[in-house]
Design a protein around this ligand. Structure first.
Ligand code: PLP
Length: 452
């Protein structure tokens, strides 16, 4: 079966059939939708996809964290087909469909927000989930402002893009919405020189508090929004003591704490959500946004929050035509059931420990591997020059080398010098081993040419 295969490249990339489709792509869709991979998918299973020329790729990007249970999980396919036989769509503002309710009930049980009695609403994407979380926080608090962080990525709609740190995502598209203020995210690998862990966390907390003097009174702040492991920003986990301190700041000032788990959710971290760790540490968020892996590849986003938070949101101000679509809800219920019944988060943790320790070994002889970090199977490897400055050219070459051998990996980080590992959590042992072999040889080849 395709899901058990190992990567194998039989043609130049792109192959002739892929090349023809990519040429049509270049003619038919805007160049602004970027793509660097010369791959045209024909079918996918597990962590593997076959392209239209018969090349087999091992996918360690998986739709940037969409395919935690892999391509075409047969149980999810069955659930979606069964739903499709009855109806595709029932707009929740007009007709109630039970899948929407069942999925909300399930998320209300498993999403660890501070308030125990929860409610959930559905949208179609991560950016929409974030937009709605902001609206809900403003509605609940009656306050206008939102605090976000350096390195953040929250999506490409106008508000989500404004909350995103990298200007390249909205260059030339302004004016952007008002009321968004940015503090420094605790990027511990690049904390001020000479600081201990504790001093660095205090520094980042002071930087956050400075916003209350320099940008917005705390009484005007509705929410602080953080990715528990920053994705696009370089796979940087928020340290425990920092999360605790932010929770305290929120509690003291009546600010809501929003965890953007769009990329980190649904088993990737070794638990269903990174917020489960936060809960264990005594600092759960108030609102959680989700999307990506929630429905195994069918568009769906969700916002879960405490009942009292939702109770102040005015009727009719949230919702939409497709949010909580019946096919997506059927898929999501099966995805969550599969993650739970097959203990996939625990397997993810085991796999991450193996990969982490192997790359740690590589680090002993390859100085360009500056840092390896993450939580569970959300791992980032930061590549540097001798002086610790970012090495984005090396990363470009590694990604290119790996792709030619059939391993798809992706860049992250504000400086483009991090490689992120996001393989489907159902990956086989043999695919992890083969992927690591390809990754290592791709690094070795790139390092040989590296003069930095
Ligand atoms: C943390 C985070 N939030 C929001 C988004 C936006 O999600 P979408 O692309 O579904 O709008 C992403 C996408 O990468 C993300 O990683």
């Amino acid at each position: 079966m395709l899901k058990d295969e190992l990567p194998s490249i039989k043609t130049d990339l792109p192959g002739p059939k892929a090349k023809a489709i990519i040429e049509r792509r270049l003619d038919a869709i805007p160049d602004a939708i970027a793509c660097i991979y010369p791959c045209v998918i024909k079918r996918g299973e597990g962590a593997i996809f076959e392209d239209v020329d018969g090349n087999i790729f091992l996918d360690w990007v998986a739709g940037v964290g969409v395919l935690n249970i892999g391509y075409s999980n047969p149980e999810v396919v069955k659930a979606v087909c069964a739903q499709a036989q009855d109806y595709f769509h029932a707009m929740p503002n007009i007709v109630t469909h039970e899948g929407y309710i069942a999925l909300a009930e399930k998320l209300n049980k498993i999403v660890p927000t501070k308030e125990q009695k929860r409610r959930t609403m559905f949208v179609n994407s991560g950016a929409e989930a974030i937009e709605n979380a902001v609206k809900i926080a403003r509605g609940a608090t009656g306050r206008p402002n939102i605090i976000v962080f350096s390195g953040a990525f929250h999506g490409r709609t106008l508000l989500a893009a404004t909350m995103t740190a990298k200007k390249a995502y909205y260059h030339g598209l302004g004016p952007m919405p008002d009321g968004i203020y940015r503090a420094d995210y605790p990027y511990m690998y690049r904390a001020p020189k000479g600081f201990s862990q504790e001093e660095a966390i205090n520094y980042y907390i002071d930087r956050l508090k400075a916003l209350f003097e320099e940008a917005s009174l705390p009484t005007d702040v509705a929410a602080i929004v953080a990715e528990p492991v920053q994705g696009e920003g370089g796979f940087i986990p928020a340290p425990k003591e920092w999360v605790k301190a932010v929770r305290r700041i929120c509690d003291v000032n009546g600010i809501l704490f929003i965890a953007d788990e769009v990329q980190s959710g649904f088993g990737r971290s070794g638990k269903m959500f990174v917020s489960n760790y936060w809960q264990e540490w005594g600092c759960p968020p108030d609102i959680v946004t989700m999307a990506k892996s929630i429905a195994g590849g069918i568009p769906l986003g969700a916002v879960t929050a405490g009942e009292t938070i939702f109770s102040n949101v005015v009727k009719g101000t949230i919702g939409g035509t497709f949010g909580g679509n019946a096919l997506a809800c059927a898929a999501a219920l099966k995805v969550i059931e599969t993650l739970e019944s097959q203990n996939i988060p625990v397997k993810a943790k085991r796999n991450s420990e193996k990969v982490f320790s192997i790359i740690k070994e590589w680090q002993k002889t390859i100085y360009q591997i500056g840092d390896i970090r993450g939580i569970g199977c959300m791992m980032g490897i930061e590549f540097i020059k001798k002086d610790k400055s970012p090495n984005p050219l090396l990363v470009k070459e590694i990604i290119n080398n790996a792709m030619k051998k059939g391993l798809i990996i992706e860049v992250a980080g504000s400086y483009g010098n991090v490689i992120r590992i996001l393989f489907p959590l159902v990956i086989t042992e043999a695919q992890i081993d083969r992927g690591l072999e390809i990754f290592k040889s791709s690094i070795d080849e790139a390092v040989k040419n590296d003069r930095a």
